[in-house]
Structure formats: structure tokens, C-alpha cells
Design a protein around this ligand. Sequence first.
Ligand SMILES: [Zn+2]
Length: 69
Amino acid sequence: MKVQDPVCGMQCDDKGAVGKSEYRGRTYYFCARGCKAQFDADPARFAGTKGPGTYLPQGNVGHEAAPKK
Ligand SMILES: [Zn+2]
């Protein structure tokens, strides 16, 4: 199943996801542990209506920069 990392907006496969978190009944998958850590720190920020890709991680948290579209 293709899922989208809500932190960086990357598409990944749920089986290949490094981490996952549940928030308000939904399961979110992450391409990197750094992404999961940021989601867990402030899930509302990423699970809200703004959608993915509106937030760029500060510094390198073990995740390559998301490709620009
Ligand atoms: Zn990510």
C-alpha cells in the first residue's frame, strides 16, 4: 500500500516505512525515524488541514531533503 509521509510528503510503501504513528484513529507512516520523531512531537501540525509538504525540517534529522516538485 502506498502511503504518504505527512512530515516530508514523500510517497513510500507502508511495508518499507521506517516508523508509524497513530493519531486520532489514523495511522501515519514515515520514511525516516527523524520524520516520525517530528510528527510525534507535534502531530496536529502534520495531521492538520495544511497537508504535507508545508513544513521543512530544520537541520538534518536523518532524512534526505524531499525532492522539489
Ligand atoms: Zn519523511
